[in-house]
Design a protein around this ligand. Structure first.
Ligand SMILES: [Zn+2]
Length: 103
C-alpha cells in the first residue's frame, strides 16, 4: 500500500511511488510532482521540518488504512459515541455565575 500525501502548494492529494523516488529524482512529501518540478525550476527546496511532518502524517494515515483493511470488525466498535454532549456541563459551571453569587 502506498502513502497518500497532500500537496501544500495546490492542496491536491497525490501518491508518490512506494520508494519515494520518481524516474527523474526523489519524490517530495510536501509537493506533488508538477509543483515539485516548478519549485525546483524556481530553485526552491522543501522545508525539511514540513517534509518530516508530512511524512509522519502520511505514515499514520497509511497505518490506519492498513488496520482498517485488516480488521473490518473495528468499524462497528469505532461507532460508539459518548451518550451526552461534553459542552453543556462546563457552560453552566463557568466563572461568571459563581463569582456573581459570592460577591
Ligand atoms: Zn501540487
Amino acid at each position: 500500500m502506498r502513502m497518500v500525501f497532500e500537496c501544500v502548494e495546490c492542496g491536491g492529494h497525490y501518491l508518490p511511488p512506494e520508494g519515494m523516488v520518481y524516474p527523474d529524482g526523489p519524490a517530495s512529501p510536501v509537493w506533488c510532482s508538477p509543483c515539485q518540478t516548478s519549485k525546483r525550476t524556481a530553485g526552491l527546496r522543501e522545508d525539511p521540518l514540513l517534509a518530516r511532518l508530512a511524512l509522519a502524517t502520511a505514515r499514520a494515515a497509511l497505518a490506519r488504512r492498513a488496520a482498517e483493511a485488516a480488521e473490518p470488525a473495528a468499524v462497528g466498535r469505532a461507532d460508539v459515541r459518548p451518550s451526552r454532549p461534553p459542552l453543556s456541563r462546563r457552560a453552566r459551571s463557568g466563572p461568571g455565575g459563581l463569582r456573581g453569587r459570592l460577591g
